[in-house]
Design a protein around this ligand. Structure first.
Ligand code: UDP
Length: 235
């Protein structure tokens, strides 16, 4: 295994599967199986989960809602996803803790960095819910922030396509997949892998990002074993 501690970023949409909204339990169960494979190899796994399958602050504010309020609703949506994923993992006997950046002590631990690290050392998966706790941010930026805080060696950014392309592969059949990219290229070409704040934070802290297709089962373990999948973004 080339990585011992990884941070997996799952968008809310990853849990939605082909549904138009919400959570597909079958998809969540499949993702849990993929994560379990990694945990069984004694790799420490932290997860930041998004909320776009339920609520997106930017979209709601475009429709007139106060932006900060909308973002708080979006953050709370991520907690639903975090708890659902925890349930799927624990059903297959993977010990998991949810920590939230907005206190909800009846359902999850508050985010405490040192406690999160301790859970990881004990082999527990840690799912970070409620984003960074701050409006005007994204869960991609949260992923970069938490990865830096817990000293993760890499961020695995799950997507619906095979990696980063020079144009949209859904619209353009000739789109070319990048095997590797540097942070500056992603920023200057506005490649929209993750938002600029997230990329800048990864660059500053030298955290590589592997962008890969989550729909291909077993991809996470392949990447952890050092197989070349998707696109790697680095210095
Ligand atoms: N959000 C926020 N601050 C954060 C993280 C998330 O305000 O630190 C809000 C924001 O409204 C966002 C929503 O939570 O639209 C859901 O997160 P995101 O869109 O990043 O989820 P994803 O696209 O990964 O599903």
């Amino acid at each position: 295994m080339i990585y011992q501690r990884v941070l997996l970023k799952l968008s809310g949409e990853a849990l939605m599967g082909n549904l138009g909204y919400g959570i597909d339990p079958k998809v969540v169960a499949d993702i849990a199986q993929d994560i379990a494979q990694v945990v069984q190899e004694k790799v420490e796994v932290a997860i930041v989960v998004g909320g776009g399958n339920i609520f997106r602050g930017v979209k709601a504010s475009a429709a007139g809602m106060d932006r900060a309020t909308a973002d708080y609703v979006g953050m709370i949506a991520t907690v639903m996803n975090a708890m659902t994923l925890q349930d799927a993992l624990e059903r297959i006997n993977i010990p998991t803790r949810v920590q939230t950046a907005i206190a909800m002590q009846e359902v999850a631990e508050p985010y405490i960095r040192r406690r999160a690290i301790r859970h990881l050392e004990l082999g527990r998966v840690v799912i970070f819910g409620a984003g960074s706790g701050n409006p005007f941010f994204t869960t991609d930026t949260t992923a970069a922030l938490r990865a830096a805080e817990i000293d993760a060696q890499v961020i695995f950014k799950a997507t619906k396509v095979d990696g980063v392309y020079d144009s949209d592969p859904v619209k353009n059949p000739d789109a070319r997949l990048y095997k590797s990219l540097n942070y500056n290229h992603v920023l200057t070409e506005d490649l929209r892998v993750m938002d600029g704040t997230a990329i800048a934070l990864c660059k500053e802290n030298n955290i590589p990002i592997v962008v890969f297709n989550l729909a291909e089962r077993g991809n996470i373990i392949r990447a952890i074993k050092g197989e070349s999948i998707g696109t790697i973004i680095g210095g």
